[in-house]
Write a protein that binds this ligand. Sequence first.
Ligand code: PRP
Length: 212
Amino acid sequence: MSELLNVALPKGRLGDKVYSVFERAGFGCSELLEAGRKLVFESPENGVRYFFVKPSDVAIYVERGAADVGVAGKDILLEYAPDVYELLDLGVGKCHMCVCGRPDFTDDGVGSLRVATKFSRITRKYYASLGRSVDLIHLNGSIELAPILGLSDVIVDIVETGATLKENGLAALERILPVSARFIANKASYQFKYEAVTDMTARLSRHLEVQK
Ligand code: PRP
């Protein structure tokens, strides 16, 4: 029996969508159906070992080789710029990185624009490309609170359905970039587990073609 491929998947709603792509491509894992607190799930018959981590941590596991492959949002890849191979756009978890704020907010261009975000690198780059000076406020979650409480003028965050913004009286003001889930590989694993990694890539990609 050959070695299992270690696959890091993002926990939460993106992880559920991503796992079903793997399952349909022939990498199902019956252990995953058992409810509980387990963190590692193996399917020796399909050659995979899955573990679920915080979405923003997937790239770290893959970059350092604790996982051979994984799935991370394009937002995470642009923000942390991990040294990994990006092999495939899985076409799931589609959303946009947006500037959001009160619906009536307009930037008068005076002084620094106060921007709260988890995505400091993306935000800095975006405003630098516009030549707009910003006072960047790095937060770790519940970003929508910042403009509501007057901590910032706007936020830069992911918008998927728009429900979070709507429920908080905010709106998407500008789209910065489209985001979707990407299949990534550790650079050494790509070399040393070449067959397994390329087989997985090909099967996932065939499946995506079937979906179109
Ligand atoms: C993201 C993002 C928004 C929300 C947008 O948060 O930060 O809060 O999703 O989705 P919607 O447009 O469908 O409402 P996530 O749920 O990933 O959790 P987080 O706040 O921990 O980042």
